[in-house]
Design a protein around this ligand. Structure first.
Ligand SMILES: [Zn+2]
Length: 345
């Protein structure tokens, strides 16, 4: 990319490649997607945040965001960030390919833990490594951070005992929704959503303990969104692992770039009809072990799409954003503006 005309031109801000440190493309792709979330970048550029004492990961992330947005580099190394995250999660220090979705969840959890403000009650750690954890374990409204404000949604499960018809409710928080892929060759994102939110019958090992019947019974369960997040991240479950049987689903999944409507999955009482636009994609090319991750991100200053392939960056036309390699989809209910550094911060 030619940057000779003006290094401080905002057109080039945020277009910084990431060096591959040995199979770290999964990490680079996720960092690029987070780096295109303007409100998150702005938060870290402003210096407003005060991380708790075990907040090295947040501090390292803040330095990385600064280098990527305000530095005059074509490419930076995420080495310090990888080292601090590897201290806590040794899998991420190994030079082997890891799952981008797992990495994303670790990063979001760690940033939340470092940046949360407890408004009341005692703080309790969230379950780690799962895309959703039981709502009650966080004391409902106890902890808030830039991560929960942007990415956290609530699911509500209606669970009906098929013996006595009694319905109970369970709430869960999520930052990533893992969607099943219902077809082998092609389908739409809406079909994946239908599949996720359709009623499910729990039998055999999945039976519930019905307090009315006093025994284990079959039940019908249906999920709906009780609180829609500002930014919703979908994980397309391409890696199909059942026991020792493993394969990658290469289904062509059609997803809209604009006007994704989630209202039919939102609990009627909380329905606000937000429309979501795609702003970032993590792609996975190749097979289960190995393979290669890249990211497509919409660049806030120019509103153009770019392909981030480790240290290489290239502009791509809008229709190229749709590929059968899509693995994580990032949608936002608001358009991002150019993140600004708060001088008072
Ligand atoms: Zn019952």
């Amino acid at each position: 990319m030619d940057r000779s005309d003006d290094e401080t031109n905002p057109q080039y801000q945020g277009l910084t490649g990431l060096r591959n440190l040995g199979n770290t493309c999964y990490m680079n792709a996720v960092i690029q997607c987070l780096c295109s979330v303007s409100p998150l970048v702005e938060y870290f550029l402003s210096g407003r945040y005060t991380a708790s004492e075990d907040g090295e990961i947040a501090t390292a992330f803040a330095y990385l965001m600064n280098d990527m947005w305000l530095g005059d580099f074509d490419c930076v190394s995420p080495e310090v960030f990888r080292l601090v995250i590897g201290e806590r999660y040794p899998a991420f220090i190994k030079k082997t390919q890891q799952d981008a979705q797992e990495f994303l969840i670790y990063v979001l959890n760690e940033l939340h833990e470092a940046l949360k403000k407890v408004s009341h009650g005692t703080s309790r750690r969230r379950n780690q490594g799962t895309s959703s954890s039981v709502w009650e374990s966080r004391g409902c409204v106890g902890e808030s951070s830039i991560i929960t404000r942007l990415f956290e949604g609530h699911l509500s499960y209606d669970i009906m005992c098929l013996e006595c018809q009694t319905t109970t409710y369970k709430n869960e928080i999520f930052t990533v929704l893992s969607l099943p892929i219902p077809y082998e060759t092609e389908c739409s994102l809406e079909e994946c959503l239908e599949c996720f939110f359709q009623q499910d019958i729990l039998t055999w090992n999945n039976q519930i303990n019905c307090s009315c019947c006093g025994i284990k019974t079959d039940a019908a369960v249906r999920a709906s969104i009780a609180k829609a997040p500002k930014i919703v991240i979908f994980h397309l479950k391409r890696f199909d692992c059942q026991g020792s049987y493993k394969k990658k689903l290469k289904t062509d999944i059609y997803y809209p770039l604009n006007n994704l409507d989630l209202s039919s999955y939102i609990y009627p009482l909380f329905r606000k009809n937000p429309k979501y636009s795609l702003f970032a994609v993590v792609n996975h090319f190749g097979d289960l072990d190995g393979g290669h991750y890249t990211a497509y991100c919409k660049h806030p200053p120019t509103q153009s799409w770019y392909n981030f392939d480790d240290s290489q960056i290239s502009e791509i036309p809008d229709p190229s954003v749709q590929t059968s390699a899509a693995y994580l989809l990032f949608y936002s209910s608001q358009t991002f503006s150019v993140p600004v550094k708060n001088q008072n911060g």
